[in-house]
Each structure stands twice: as structure tokens, then as C-alpha cells.
Design a protein. Structure first.
Length: 144
């Protein structure tokens, strides 16, 4: 059995005290007291990813319903089919600088349309996202 021990990896000890192991058996545990005034609130950092917004967002979806939703801090966008909620949130935050609270996604399926009596065609399907932003913030979709 001694032959197979040569293939085993030699492991380093998990913890070596700074004094070289002289006090290995005499470890003292100090409990650190965390005071509420020393805790700093976490600040949310918006990481700007260049070009992400143009790979995710296709266009703002401007309809009467979308206009009514903008009064309650919800905005509607057409998005590319491969995008997900996390990518949409990052794209909106980096492009418009608004904090996104919720993203909902809807797949609008293609529909059959008639052209004349006999010809039939298809109306394109698309994916749209309803983005809810933090209260008090606004997104300028149509520049004035």
C-alpha cells in the first residue's frame, strides 16, 4: 500500500499561526462586536456596459396603453427575442440612468393577415417588456 501513497497530493495545513505553530493548541477566540453605527449601507453601483442596450432594446413601444402606463412609472419597450429580464434591466439602467424595480416580458405571436381575397400573409411577432422604474424617476422616451 505504500506504493500508492506517492500519487497522493501533499496538502498544506489549513491554518498556520503567525508565530510558526508554537501556540497551535492554545487558540484564543475574540468575538468582534458589530455596532449599528459602524455599518454602512450598501450603495448600488450602476455598471455601464457599452453597447448592451442596443443588443437588447429594439425600440420604445408607443401606443395609447403604453402612454397611460407611463403615468404610473411603467414603460413599454420592444426587445430582441433572445433577451431576458436581467439583460433588459441592465440595458435600461445604463441607457436611461433610472433604477428598475420590476421587468415583465410578453411574447406577442405572429398573426395571419389576408391581403385581398386569396392571398394570406403574416404579421410579424415580437417580444415586449414592461419596465417599472423607481417612484419619482422618469424616462424621456420621445425627445422634445
Amino acid at each position: 500500500m505504500g506504493l500508492f501513497n506517492i500519487f497522493k497530493k501533499k496538502r498544506k495545513p489549513a491554518f498556520v499561526p503567525p508565530d510558526g505553530g508554537a501556540t497551535a493548541g492554545k487558540e484564543k477566540k475574540k468575538e468582534e462586536v458589530i455596532r449599528p453605527e459602524t455599518i454602512k449601507p450598501l450603495e448600488k453601483k450602476v455598471k455601464k456596459v457599452p453597447g448592451l442596450a442596443y443588443k437588447v432594446l429594439a425600440s420604445p413601444h408607443v401606443t395609447e396603453k403604453a402612454t397611460n402606463l407611463s403615468e404610473v412609472n411603467q414603460y413599454v419597450f420592444k426587445v430582441l427575442p433572445g433577451s431576458n429580464k436581467i439583460e433588459i434591466k441592465k440595458a435600461i439602467e445604463s441607457l436611461y440612468g433610472a433604477e428598475v424595480e420590476k421587468v415583465r416580458i410578453i411574447n406577442v405571436h405572429k398573426k395571419k393577415r389576408r391581403i385581398g381575397r386569396t392571398r394570406e400573409g403574416w404579421k410579424k411577432g415580437y417580444k415586449k417588456a414592461i419596465v417599472e422604474i423607481k417612484k419619482g424617476q422618469k424616462i424621456e422616451i420621445m425627445p422634445r
